[in-house]
Design a protein around this ligand. Structure first.
Ligand SMILES: C[S@@+](CC[C@H](N)C(=O)[O-])C[C@H]1O[C@@H](n2cnc3c(N)ncnc32)[C@H](O)[C@@H]1O
Length: 247
């Protein structure tokens, strides 16, 4: 049985940044949602270069939120003449917005005109707020969005059983101190089972607990310059051996 779904209210801080009262955290850096998506999640995973080596490329995200990372990925893939033939974007969201709030959020935070039609297409195809897995196709099926509504702790094992194998992982579940449920060793252990051999990950956090959970569950990491005033973020990949990393 799926747990009942509680949608997210759309709330902005005084500086215009979308904010979650439930988690007492912001959805994106005040320095820019799209810019953060490109710096942390695309560049942090070596995209677009890495999808050029594949015909099919899978991104797995924890925390869909307003779909900014999805939209930035879609736009970068569409604009890349050497793109993979198809992209599968799999994401989990426990507290989705309504379609109307998604549109209002995009109107406020999308500062790139070329992304607006994609945001509009996403809001138009937005599934009903029903717990479970929703699959949406864009660009004549070359891009699929698998949106799993519910708790990541329950849904990741389910997605793993269905054979999701990620080439890139976007870890985006609010700050670990504010939302530890998205950063448990169990989550990382499941993610490690859901990766291709050369899979990479990126996240804006460089929290010690996250580093430990990564190392204990089959990933190696390194620090990279963070976004929007953050000194460091973490990027990395599946470990091929027992690497000790003290950075
Ligand atoms: C920082 S926001 C994600 C921003 C998003 N990636 C984007 O591009 O707009 C974190 C998201 O994680 C979701 N979340 C928090 N705890 C969760 C959980 N246990 N399972 C699934 N989603 C969760 C929140 O509702 C929120 O939408």
């Amino acid at each position: 049985m799926h747990e009942p779904l509680a949608s997210a209210p759309l709330v902005f801080r005084d500086d215009g940044t979308p904010y979650s009262p439930r988690h007492d955290d912001i959805y994106h850096s005040v320095a820019g949602a799209l810019a953060q998506a490109r710096h942390v999640f695309l560049n942090g995973n070596g995209l677009p270069e890495r999808w050029r080596e594949k015909t099919r490329f899978t991104v797995l995200e924890t925390g869909f939120g307003m779909g900014v990372n999805f939209l930035a990925t879609w736009a970068a893939w569409r604009d890349d003449p050497r793109r993979a033939t198809s992209i599968e974007f799999v994401s989990i969201e426990k507290h989705p917005f309504s379609a109307g709030d998604l549109r209002r959020a995009h109107a406020a935070i999308i500062d790139d005109q070329s992304i607006s039609p994609l945001a509009d297409a996403l809001a138009s195809a937005w599934p009903p707020l029903v717990a479970g897995v929703h699959r949406i196709e864009f660009d004549a099926g070359a891009l699929t969005l698998t949106l799993a509504f519910g708790d990541a702790a329950n849904l990741l094992p389910h997605l793993s059983e269905t054979g999701v194998s990620a080439d890139a992982i976007y870890l985006d579940g609010f700050a670990p101190a504010k939302n530890p449920d998205m950063w448990t060793p169990a989550i990382f252990a499941t993610l490690a089972d859901m990766t291709s051999e050369d899979a990479t990950f990126a996240t804006y956090t460089s929290a010690g607990d996250v580093k430990r959970a990564l190392l204990q569950n089959g990933f190696e990491y390194r620090k990279a310059p963070g976004f929007g005033g953050k000194r460091a973020m973490l990027i990395g990949k599946r470990s091929c051996s027992q690497t000790v990393n003290n950075s």
